[in-house]
Design a binder for this molecule. Structure first.
Ligand code: XMP
Length: 507
């Protein structure tokens, strides 16, 4: 296992993911983790991540220096290189020659980190304003940038390596090779696969829960369903999934969720709380207020149901990495973009310990796990659906009438995408009921009805997205069906906004 000491870079998860792509298990720890918790059985290497701080800033993430003396091969990346230099007696200074983006470096000397790279010059991706100006005793420089700055250094005796650039970024030439070489330096066992993840996760859940009881909220989406299957396999009768129908689900979704959980052999309780949610959304138009209320109500309903299960000590959550960084400021560095109601809140209130096996993972990695678990294609490749459901797809007040319009339009859009074989080419698609009304003509009469928007995006990890490029005929035929069949919508538009600057959901 490789552990990554997170010093706050947005790219830390990309390092973890790249390492897992080499079939080596990797996980992330906050920089403040004490050294005895960092070191563990099976630890093969330690990576110190980048970060936005200067080592000289007040509040800069300074990890336990003993980490560097533990005898485990270390790789420092960007801030990782600067912090290693600083902690081991070198010097770090700010420079006016800051390097951002593509930068050429020249390799020198010999390093196992650059094994099998036949070029002496590489274009790499940099992002830094500080540089190492003196290397610590025992170190040697193994690469310099065109500006003469130290781009990589090593201490072969201590097995410590560092690079000023980001090998985890696609724009770095031979970035993957450098990480691969580091794993060879670590003698890392390359046997981590979706299958081994399943085995170790089941075992970890069993070890954590012991003879206790665990519950988890299940929405029917890929993350929570995969988690429920793993917890069911680990705990059997000592696990119960809780499905809350918040009245904001898509058409017939409650029934569909029950059917799939039955087929997967997952134990669950189904709570129909639709009316309670709809009542408390009356008159609410502000997006954040909607999310807040739905989040609080969800916690309340969930708590009530959880109390019926005696001796519950653990709560499973299918939280993914993108949920984490978009919801919680990670160690004070990444800003909150949107309130994801399924992260935070619940465990503190109920004094439950969390089980979050996917916290460091991306959706496509969870999908690989789900496939290995034998889950059906409709669940594995189902588009994600947000916790606050259709409430964030109805702009303005959520009413039963608008919910019904949106459900009907959305169902037609999904049917059409599936029958046109487009559904699985799209990362996420849905209809939004805008707050706009428009004038139209239908038959002999004029109409004044709602405007709906179609949204379809392609994305790898939902952190960024591009629009799906439909054929015009497809778009127009789908538009016609919605307008003809849904009484109350007389105009359909297509949303061509990328993320960023937009988000995928409208609210
Ligand atoms: P945004 O709109 O933030 O969405 O670009 C990124 C992905 O997250 C989903 N999403 C949510 N999922 N609870 C969830 O479980 C939420 O509150 C939430 N808000 C957005 C969104 O559907 C997309 O897949």
């Amino acid at each position: 296992m490789i552990r990554i000491i997170d010093c706050g870079s947005q790219l830390t998860q990309n390092i973890a993911r790249r390492i897992r792509e080499f079939n080596v298990y990797s996980e992330i720890l906050p920089y403040s983790t004490p050294v005895d918790e960092v070191l563990c059985d099976g630890l093969e290497g330690l990576i110190i991540s980048g970060g936005q701080f200067s080592i000289h800033d007040r509040g800069a993430p300074i990890y336990d220096e003993a980490i560097l003396e533990a005898g485990v091969p270390v790789l420092g990346i960007c801030y990782g290189q600067q912090s290693i230099a600083h902690l081991l007696g070198g010097r770090v200074q700010s420079t006016s020659d800051r390097e951002y983006g593509k930068t050429r470096i020249h390799l020198s000397g010999h390093s196992p980190l650059f094994e099998d790279i036949s070029f002496q010059a590489l274009d790499v991706w940099m992002s830094h304003a500080d540089i190492v100006t003196y290397i610590p005793d025992g170190f040697e420089v193994i690469a310099r940038s065109v500006n003469g700055h130290i781009a990589a250094m090593q201490d072969l005796n201590k097995n410590i390596y560092s690079v000023q650039f980001h090998p985890e970024v696609d724009h770095t030439q031979y970035g993957r090779q450098i990480l691969d070489n580091y794993l060879s330096i670590c003698n890392a066992r390359r046997d981590w696969t979706a299958e081994s993840f399943i085995d170790t996760t089941i075992k970890r859940i069993q070890d954590t829960v012991g003879g206790g009881v665990a519950i988890a909220g299940v929405s029917g989406g890929i993350d929570s369903t995969t988690l429920a299957v793993l917890m069911q396999r680990a705990l059997g009768d000592r696990f119960c999934g809780i499905v809350v129908d918040n009245g904001l689900l898509r058409k017939d979704e409650g029934v569909e969720i029950r059917k799939s959980l039955d087929a997967l052999g997952v134990n669950y309780a189904f709570v129909d709380a639709s009316q309670r949610f709809i009542n408390m959304l009356k008159g609410v138009t502000d997006p954040d207020e909607k999310r807040k209320r739905i989040g609080h109500k969800f916690i309340k309903v969930f708590e009530e149901e959880a109390r019926k299960h005696k001796k519950v000590k653990y709560l499973g959550q299918g939280t993914l990495y993108p949920d984490v960084i978009e919801s919680v400021p990670l160690y004070g560095v990444s800003s909150t973009i949107k309130r994801h109601h399924n992260v935070g809140g619940l465990p503190e209130k109920m004094a439950l310990d969390l089980i979050e096996p996917f916290r460091d993972m991306f959706k496509d990695e969870v999908r690989a796990v789900a496939e290995k678990l034998g889950m059906p294609r409709e669940i594995v490749w189902r588009h994600p659906f947000p916790g606050p459901g259709l409430a964030v797809r109805i702009i303005g007040e959520v009413t039963p009438e608008k919910l019904s319009l949106l459900r009907d339009a959305d169902e037609i859009f999904m049917q059409e995408l599936k029958s046109r074989d487009l559904y699985y080419d799209i990362g996420q698609a849905f209809v939004v009921l805008s707050s706009g009304m428009s004038v139209g003509v239908m038959g002999d009469g004029g109409t004044y009805q709602n405007v709906a928007a179609l949204r379809a995006v392609t994305t790898k990890d939902f952190m960024t997205s591009d629009i799906f490029r439909f054929e015009w005929d497809d778009l127009q035929e789908m538009t016609n069906r919605i307008i003809n069949e849904v009484k109350g919508i007389n105009r359909v538009v297509y949303d061509t906004t990328q993320k960023p600057p937009g988000t995928i959901e409208w609210e």
